[in-house]
Design a protein around this ligand. Structure first.
Ligand SMILES: [Zn+2]
Length: 270
């Protein structure tokens, strides 16, 4: 398997789910071994720990001056899920556009621009031994494996959603059809809290599923759309290892902060 970039530059724009601010994204091809590079005005930062930070409701890329671009996990998931290794992502704002809350729009833009295979073998992160992290009711276990695989277990005590499990394997599961369309979600009872914490200010019924006591705000795209979205997020988050890991992950109730803690744990003893 060789490295990949996009065949030509692409541009799109939209509003951020947390800031509600408008931003334009430009993705451009990069040469082999460049990695995924973010650019904000004059600064660049590789999507690689410790330049990647998990927050309560998203993942952000951090620049040398301390500035950030928020909610980049769906863009990175789209790039990683499509097997792209070397792409420059310029964002002229504080937050990546949320579009419909999934990675479908970005994936469509990338597929329309085309994928260019490059003349160097793909780099993988080689996990040498099992690693695990437990805490705050969450758990991640990674085992060395031939391919990247994620098994996610979602577990809520809620009248509408309880337990869901889904497994994704890179190269086997169809990322475009099975993962990219799964939308972000939130619970009705969290909305006041999120707004108080200056989050979800750009959230609408067009860019997030809301779960209330009576059911979902919109029709689901998959019966298990929530756990598929958690896998979408996990793919974007684990890419902070700097390359797709050759490992199988068992993930229980994790989120962005815990995912990045796990990335740090692995890299501290790689
Ligand atoms: Zn997400």
């Amino acid at each position: 398997m060789n490295q990949r970039t996009i065949a030509k530059q692409l541009v799109f724009n939209g509003y951020g789910i947390h800031t509600g601010k408008f931003a334009e994204v430009t993705m451009s091809p990069l040469k082999p071994d460049s990695g995924l590079i973010f650019r904000s005005s004059t600064l660049t930062s590789r999507y690689f720990c410790p330049n990647v930070r998990g927050t309560e409701r998203g993942t952000e890329i951090v620049f040398t001056d301390g500035s950030t671009i928020q909610t980049v996990e769906h863009l990175v998931s789209a790039l990683t899920g499509l097997g792209l290794d070397n792409v420059l992502v310029e964002v002229d704002g504080d937050e990546a556009p949320i579009k419909d809350g999934s990675a479908r729009f970005v994936v469509e833009q990338i597929l329309a621009a085309g994928i260019q295979e490059q003349n160097k073998p793909k780099n993988f992160f080689n996990l040498k031994k099992p690693r695990q992290l437990t805490g705050s009711g969450k758990f991640i276990l990674a085992l060395p494996a031939a391919a990247f695989k994620v098994n996610f277990l979602l577990d809520y005590t809620h009248p509408v959603v309880q337990t869901d499990v889904y497994s994704f394997e890179f190269g086997k599961t169809d990322f475009v059809q099975e993962i990219a369309p799964a939308r972000t979600y939130g619970f009705q009872e969290e909305i006041a809290y999120l707004l108080q914490h200056r989050l979800a200010r750009g959230a609408t019924l067009q860019n997030a599923l809301v779960i209330g006591a009576a059911g979902f705000s919109q029709a689901l795209r998959f019966p298990d759309e929530l756990v598929r979205h958690k896998i979408l997020d996990f793919i974007g988050d684990i890419a902070a290892l700097g390359a797709l890991p050759q490992a199988e992950f068992f993930v229980y109730k994790s989120g962005h902060i815990f995912n990045q803690q796990f990335v740090k744990t692995i890299l501290a003893d790689a």
